[in-house]
Design a protein around this ligand. Structure first.
Ligand code: PLP
Length: 491
């Protein structure tokens, strides 16, 4: 029993945490990544409610009971490090970044002041120097945010402050109507930002894309000019580099020209694609990145770190503090006994901020620049292999002739639909194939891949697999083909 007032020794902390450590290692790391085990055991919500004892009672639980629940929690959770998990833009389970995560929680720091977080503040400063130099910002800075959506939203907030600094004091009153622009295939977080920053969803204008999902600069130019004629102030463009579904990269130099012409902030959402900056072979995809004003880069996507590790990088280091500082006197006392430039918390809109740097630092320290680069190169090699495999496999059809990032999209055409005229009715039938195969794979627990339609391109439901899980091999990619064919043959 754990009872208030007991010390760690009374509670047998070594015994309890030792058992938890063993559980995590055996169930999540070893069994959870074993190809012979399911990716997960799906249960409908009503069934799952009966399997885990969610209820918190007045009396304490025994350690044995807690361990029992933790075992079930791992059992019924999706094993996102499993080599057959390709569902989303995150996957993988690696011991170094996990070690960083565990230590983070054990020391439970807070990124606001040096006195609370001395090591992590120095580490974060070091990491942002490294990241901004990789991007090419000479005197840049940054902040880890609670996710890439939050990074994009913060970018819009500081861009607006940059253009209208008075907003910090007087708010939106008296401001002209602002316009922001994003690719029609860009991430929905910007619409949300328009909503909660008081700009309005309608003022987040979508720009058309070409067949590969790259924004059309000509459409941006036309929309900006039309907006100016109508009295709006165009202010912010979000380029997408590694779009969520097709993985496309907008052309940054072309967008920069337009932004310069109309005095707009250029933010690059490289949440997904940012990893290419680590690779000499692939960084050309982000050509011109140093000309952007800010960049979002999620390490919990292509680099395979645990959630969350989302960096917002800015070209002008000072802007984060200027836009967000509030100088709370109970926390940021000016007469402290050390250099208060190390109290970095006021750069953020948060008060308490989780330490997200240690998991990144631990991994990077362990595998080095070369290891980080290798992860990215390997993911691209897998995407290449997968596209070639799809092209050779009867019934599989890539959505685009070439992949752009490390995800690959395709339709599966069941046998009875092959070789037929591709009428609207035919496509309607194909639209229903992916959801049914997904249901079957989830029930069998043998694979996890997402599907979606893409109305901007007129695409019916198709599968998208994301290939940056370091555990995934060529054999696993052959398995995807065989398993989808097995599950969907009779449709
Ligand atoms: C292109 C892009 N930007 C931003 C995000 C949001 O990132 P997060 O899930 O960390 O909020 C995503 C999420 O998948 C994304 O694909």
């Amino acid at each position: 029993m754990s009872v208030e007032g007991q010390t760690f020794t009374d509670l047998d902390v070594e015994g309890f945490l030792g058992a938890v450590h063993k559980l995590i290692t055996e169930e999540a790391f070893v069994k959870g990544t074993n190809r012979g085990n399911p990716v997960f055991e799906f249960k409908q919500p009503e069934d799952l409610k009966t399997l885990i004892d969610f209820e918190i009672k007045a009396n304490p639980s025994t350690h044995a009971a807690i361990l029992d629940e933790l075992t079930k929690i791992i059992k019924y959770s999706v094993k996102t490090g499993h080599p057959y998990f390709f569902n989303l833009l995150f996957s993988g389970l690696d011991p170094y970044s996990q070690a960083g995560s565990w230590v983070t929680d054990a020391v439970n720091s807070n990124m606001h002041t040096y006195e609370t977080s001395p090591v992590f503040i120095l580490m974060e400063n070091y990491m942002f120097k490294k990241l901004t130099s990789i991007v090419g910002f000479d005197d840049g800075g940054g902040l880890f945010c609670p996710g890439g959506s939050a990074s994009n939203q913060l970018a819009l907030h500081i861009a607006r402050f940059n253009r209208f600094p008075e907003i910090k004091k007087v708010g939106l009153y008296g401001l002209p109507r602002l316009r922001c622009y994003i690719s029609e295939d860009g991430h929905y977080s910007l619409k949300k930002a328009g909503n909660y920053l008081g700009i309005g969803e309608e003022n987040v204008v979508t720009i058309l894309t070409d067949n590969s999902g790259r924004v059309l600069p000509g459409d941006l130019q036309q929309k900006v000019v039309a907006d100016i004629e109508q009295g709006y102030i165009p202010m912010f463009v979000m380029a997408t580099c590694g779009s969520t579904v097709l993985g496309s990269f907008d052309s940054l130099p072309e967008l920069q020209d337009i932004c310069r012409r109309y005095n707009m902030w250029l933010h690059c959402d490289a949440c997904y694609g940012g990893g290419v900056l680590l690779s000499k072979q692939h960084r050309h995809l982000l050509y011109g990145i140093e000309g952007c004003d800010s960049v979002s880069w999620n390490f919990h996507k292509m680099s395979g770190l645990p959630h969350q590790c989302a960096a917002l990088l800015v070209k002008n280091k000072a802007i984060l503090l200027e836009a967000n500082c509030s100088k709370a006197e109970y926390l940021f006392q000016a007469d402290k006994f050390y250099d208060t430039n190390y109290d970095i918390g006021d750069k953020s809109i948060q008060c308490g901020r989780k330490v997200d740097v240690l998991k990144l630092w631990t991994l990077w320290k362990a595998i080095g620049d070369l290891g980080m680069e290798n992860r990215i190169n390997k993911a691209f090699e897998k995407a290449r292999y997968m596209v070639d495999l799809l092209k050779k496999s009867p019934g599989f059809r890539p959505v685009l002739p070439e992949f752009q990032c490390v995800s690959v999209s395709f339709w599966y055409i069941p046998e009875r639909y092959r070789g037929q005229e591709e009428t609207p009715e035919w496509w309607l039938a194909i639209h229903k194939v992916a959801p049914e195969i997904k249901r079957r794979m989830v029930e069998a627990g043998t694979l996890m891949i997402s599907y979606q339609p893409m109305s901007s391109k007129g695409f019916v439901n198709f599968f998208r697999i994301v290939l940056h899980n370091p555990a995934c091999t060529q054999g696993d990619m052959k398995y995807i083909i065989e398993e989808i064919d097995r599950l969907g043959k009779d449709l």
